[in-house]
Design a protein around this ligand. Sequence first.
Ligand code: FEO
Length: 405
Amino acid sequence: MKISENMIYVGVNDENIDIFEGQYKVPAGITYNSYLIKDKKNVLMDTVDKRKVSDWLKNVEEALKGEPLDYLVVSHLEPDHSDGIKQLLEKYPKTKIISNQKVFAFLPQFFEIEHLEEKEILVKEGDTFPFGEHTLHFIMAPMVHWPEVMMTYEEKEKILFSADAFGTFGVVSEYDEKEQMLSEAEKHSKEELWLDEARRYYVNIVGKYGIQVQNVLKKVETRKIEKICPLHGFILTENLNFYLEKYNTWSSYGWENEGIFIACASMHGYTLEAMQELKELLRKRTSKEVKLFDLTREDITYAVAEAFKYKHLVLASPTYNGELFPTMDSFLRLLKGKSYQNRKVMLVENGTWAPLANKCMRDIINQMKNIEIAETGITIKSKMAKETKTNMEEVVENLQKSWEL
Ligand code: FEO
């Protein structure tokens, strides 16, 4: 696939992968993106996961049309982008690797490459590499989301090769096919197609490193960018401010929606029933969006992304063995691990003889930054009862004032 006169997409779709990076379900698969820039010299941007190396090598060979491969730029050493390095160098032994000091330090941990030092071209922040009409500029992006990550800006075509940033789960061609089957009225913009899975990707994979993302956004904001080429998902060519703004919001731990996200763990279904009542009550009393998520049945990585989306969070959990119910415990520890912050939270606990979930949730939340817990929460004694309903109505009334719903 040609991206421009001199640039060819040589990446691959992985439709059959079930779990990405050992923890993320990817029902629509994922892409491993790789790009070839042809000029006086030929430069390849990154390799792919071991699941797809042979398909990718065929794409590279086809795109080169018998010309030599002079350089490989390595932006990120995580195996989904580096598994092809050794086989590529075996096939094209004269190819030199352009990358930074950390990549060259970590590379031998992944592969034994003979005479690696003779193949290395070391670059650092601000270095440039002309290879004909095209010139690469290197921008270090440490901890976005490994320490060795770098982005590359190509000056002639004004392309930002953004490494994992701006990537998304999902196979792009599948989206395209789906789009072709839809009527005009049902079609979504590329931004809409990108947004939910890009948010889940960002929050779960990069979410912890907001400060580092902010730093790299500042570095690239002075560049005129016409295309963003990430290592996963869509090549972004239009309305780039939309994507940059989303990254700015997510990395500064801001919210996209003023509404309320109710994350509920339920053991016998009674806590969930109570939260369905709370959702209806909130819907009647406020104009804000209210979304209920069943942590027990749904994939928790979606819940983490939704928690980042909304300004307000309600957490509902049974007490279990004198502690927190396991799914809520995992959810809160994941949020903490993603540096979740700047939110307003209300707590709902359930317990038959000694409800302790409120205290347990508080203990974890107190380790997060700038989370305001509502003064009054809700305690359910086993099931919804008249008193619980009264308590719920009072709490919603208080929230309306304190959260300005
Ligand atoms: Fe797509 Fe950080 O690897």
